[in-house]
Design a protein around this ligand. Structure first.
Ligand code: SAH
Length: 253
């Protein structure tokens, strides 16, 4: 199969998957092998960066050690300026660039600046990361719908724009960035009709050697998270589909 050549002056927005470098796509590896500069996010591991070609410039632009994240405008200004310098610019993002990754905003800025681009999707943590814990986000007899949502808005609260009663009806609820607001979210879902004993699975650092899994219930989730010290980055899945872990848990986490 002939994979595409990376033209100078283009920006490719690439999903790196949730951590395990084996989950990179052929397109991602092909792009990493050609890029002149790789601008990467906080959740990108060294194994993944190891696929960058020798001599590529690796630029970290993410949130580090409690520092505020760089502004979106700062990131796109850098991408555009590298492209104007005639570089092959690879913007590497954890998981999938369009799943809570602000990929759409970055692309919009590239379009506005007339920079040619390509998007290479990645495996998102909310599907692939859960699969490493034996959680199938859909399964015919147990859950026939799944909803993906972020657990915090720009102010850091649980998002107001979510219809919690409608969300409570989904077969499976898969949440990103939800750890800090778990108590508030659980209250809203229970008020919206979700059973308080609904199974919850928290998967931290999914697919990496540091992966940790906590099985709990909606009512107990926030307290159990605090008690066992499991921390972000983590995916929280809510629903009876989590019970399938008993049979599907192939990595024993
Ligand atoms: N674009 C990414 C999500 C970015 S938002 C994707 O598609 O996966 C960042 C959040 O993603 C984290 O706070 C966490 O909720 C989740 N996440 C990303 N990588 C993860 C991992 N390896 N394990 C668990 N959660 C992860």
């Amino acid at each position: 199969m002939k994979l595409p050549t990376f033209p100078a002056g283009e920006v490719w927005l690439v999903g790196a998957g949730p951590g395990d470098a084996g989950l990179l796509t052929l397109h991602a590896v092909n792009a990493l092998g050609q890029a002149d500069v790789v601008v990467y996010d906080a959740l990108i591991g060294e194994d993944v960066l190891g696929y960058a070609r020798d001599g590529a410039e690796l630029v970290f632009l993410g949130k580090r050690g409690g520092q505020p994240s760089p502004k979106q405008s700062e990131i796109t200004t850098r991408l555009i300026s590298y492209a104007h310098d005639g570089k092959r610019v690879l913007r590497l993002k954890g998981g999938d660039p369009f799943m809570f990754g602000r990929g759409a905003e970055e692309v919009a800025d590239l379009v506005a600046a007339d920079i040619p681009f390509r998007v290479i999707p990645g495996i998102t943590a909310g599907i692939g990361g859960l699969a490493y814990a034996g959680v199938a986000v859909t399964s015919r007899d147990v859950n026939s719908s799944v909803i993906f949502l972020t657990g915090h808005d720009q102010r850091g609260h649980s998002p107001d724009t979510v219809d919690w009663t409608a969300t409570a009806k989904a077969g499976m609820i898969v949440m990103y960035m939800a750890m800090r607001n778990m108590a508030e979210i659980a209250d809203k879902l229970i008020a919206g009709g979700r059973p308080s004993d609904d199974p919850v699975c928290v998967v931290a650092n999914a697919t990496t050697p540091d992966m940790q899994v906590l099985d709990t219930t909606l009512q107990r989730a926030a307290a159990d998270i605090a008690a066992c010290g499991i921390c972000a980055p983590a995916i929280v899945s809510i629903g009876r589909g989590n019970l399938l872990r008993e049979t599907l848990n192939w990595c024993g986490a």
